[in-house]
Ligand binder design. Structure first.
Ligand SMILES: Cc1cc2nc3c(=O)[nH]c(=O)nc-3n(C[C@H](O)[C@H](O)[C@H](O)COP(=O)(O)OP(=O)(O)OC[C@H]3O[C@@H](n4cnc5c(N)ncnc54)[C@H](O)[C@@H]3O)c2cc1C
Length: 436
């Protein structure tokens, strides 16, 4: 977020009654899938209930990293990094993209240990990731005093401005022939004999052969209404940005208490990794067992919130094709940030980095993150729904891998050879059957 309008220059064409592929959701996954399909001449209509990148895809920190990734999604992330590098020049717009590196600082040896373990485990991928000693970390930060026990650093990681990137990609997609319909919620997917035949939107039906559901945090709600059971929940994360401040390093700079990224405008996007508010909704009880390991792992930094949200937009809902849906009632999910948390994060950022002691916060925002129990995406077709491809659950690190997920989803839709083995992203990894 940077206070600028994130609306894409999408053209509202006369309503299309027929296409090959309908994409539900105008975040980074939906838009990336649309670009891949359009490049192959496949007719595509992308329906977005609000505005392009109104939700997670403009609210994130802007890190495009391989560092620290779950090894199951690392091959797709490596491909995604290549896709970013290929796509950016085609956009002909400055989206603040740059290969600037990712660094995670460790304040203590205990914090350094997981970085060492990941570095060792990721060796087969032959990344350019290195471990830095205390003095090497000082040198990189241009300071002395061995404030940090060490760091992990990947020079080939990148950053970009989220509020600019996906709207620019959407404009590129329209140039390639994709029809983008904003303020167009999809209510239902229709099928006959187990095969997709079309979608019902709030503005009418669109006949199609395939549907890609890239609905972010809304995907579970959408699927529940089709009697499909996806163990996906939502957590709220809070972020702030500052006015311009001196440079520390140009890339993403993480630490347990505060992670910072220098923005195109010279300010910093600042937040605390993993500090999230778990929204208690009816589905949380249904999927509690599956999420127990994540909750156990994060209980120190995660708060659980029960209250109005229990019956809120991400709670359970059922509707028919002729009824208003939660997607029309909430065009853009804009949750309130946790200001107390951000106050502490800003103070920590100043303690970690002298350059930020006097940095002035100028904007705060919240974002709902879609999480899977094992924190990697689902890219798969549910049984009995030929033609429906679910691409969701990027679990808080989907800005970087989003182009890869969209690309893979599009390939699986057209039956092309996939750029990586999609098996880690299968629905069958969850023990519960998806069909409710
Ligand atoms: C605070 C925060 C920080 C993050 N930081 C990073 C980071 O630094 N690096 C990183 O890699 N990732 C990061 N992420 C995660 C990343 O932003 C997401 O994983 C990614 O943007 C998800 O993209 P998406 O396309 O799946 O979903 P979204 O961007 O949420 O898009 C889904 C879209 O679907 C639309 N939609 C839903 N249902 C319907 C319907 N029925 N009809 C029509 N439209 C519908 C929604 O309106 C929405 O626009 C962060 C996320 C947050 C919130």
């Amino acid at each position: 977020m940077n206070g600028t309008e994130v609306r894409a220059n999408a053209v509202q064409l006369s309503f299309p009654r027929r296409t090959d592929v309908v994409i539900i959701g105008g975040g980074i996954v939906g838009v990336s899938a649309a670009i891949h399909l359009a490049e192959r001449g496949v007719p595509v209509v992308l329906c977005e209930k609000g505005r392009i990148a109104g939700e997670q895809s403009s609210r994130n920190w802007g890190w495009i990293r391989k560092t620290g990734r779950d090894l199951r999604e690392l091959p797709l992330m490596v491909e995604s990094a290549r896709l970013w590098a290929r796509l950016v020049p085609l956009l002909e717009e400055d989206i603040g993209y740059g290969v600037r590196g990712t660094t995670y600082l460790a304040e203590t040896d205990a914090e350094f240990a997981p970085h060492e373990a990941w570095h060792q485990a990721a060796k087969p991928f032959q990344l350019d990731t290195i471990l830095l000693s205390a003095s090497e970390t000082d040198r990189m930060l241009g300071r002395s005093g061995r404030r940090f026990a060490g760091a992990i650093h990947t020079p080939s990681d990148a950053t970009a401005e989220p509020a600019l990137a996906v709207p620019a990609m959407a404009r590129h997609a329209t140039k390639l022939g994709v029809t983008i319909l904003e303020n167009c919620a999809v209510r239902l997917v229709e099928r006959a004999n187990g095969t997709v035949t079309g979608v019902v939107t709030e503005h009418g039906e669109i006949a199609c052969k395939s549907v890609i559901l890239a609905g972010g945090v809304w995907s579970r709600t959408f699927l529940e209404n089709l009697d499909l059971n996806l163990p996906q929940l939502a957590v709220k994360s809070s972020v702030l940005r500052t006015a311009p401040a001196p440079e520390i390093v140009s890339g993403g700079l993480g630490a347990t208490r505060a992670s910072v990224r220098r923005r195109m405008d010279g300010g910093y996007t600042i937040a605390r990794s993993g500090a999230a508010e778990f929204q208690l909704v009816p589905a949380a009880f249904r999927h509690f067992g599956a999420f127990l390991p994540v909750l156990r792992d994060r209980w120190r930094i995660m708060t659980i919130k029960a209250g109005r949200d229990f019956f809120g937009p991400l709670g359970s809902a059922r509707w028919r094709a002729d009824e208003e849906t939660p997607f029309e009632r909430v065009r853009v999910f804009d949750p309130k940030p946790d200001l107390r948390l951000l106050d502490g994060v800003m103070k920590a950022a100043g303690e970690l980095h002298p350059q930020l002691v006097n940095a002035r916060p100028v904007e705060t925002w919240g974002g709902m993150i879609d999480v899977m129990p094992d924190e990697i995406p689902v890219i798969d077709t549910p049984p009995g729904w030929q033609g429906l491809l679910i691409a969701t659950g990027l679990s808080g690190h989907g800005f970087g891998i989003g182009p890869g997920v969209g690309h893979l989803a599009a390939q699986m839709t057209t039956g092309e050879k996939p750029l990586v083995d999609p098996e880690p992203f299968s629905l069958s990894r969850f023990c519960r059957r998806i069909a409710a």
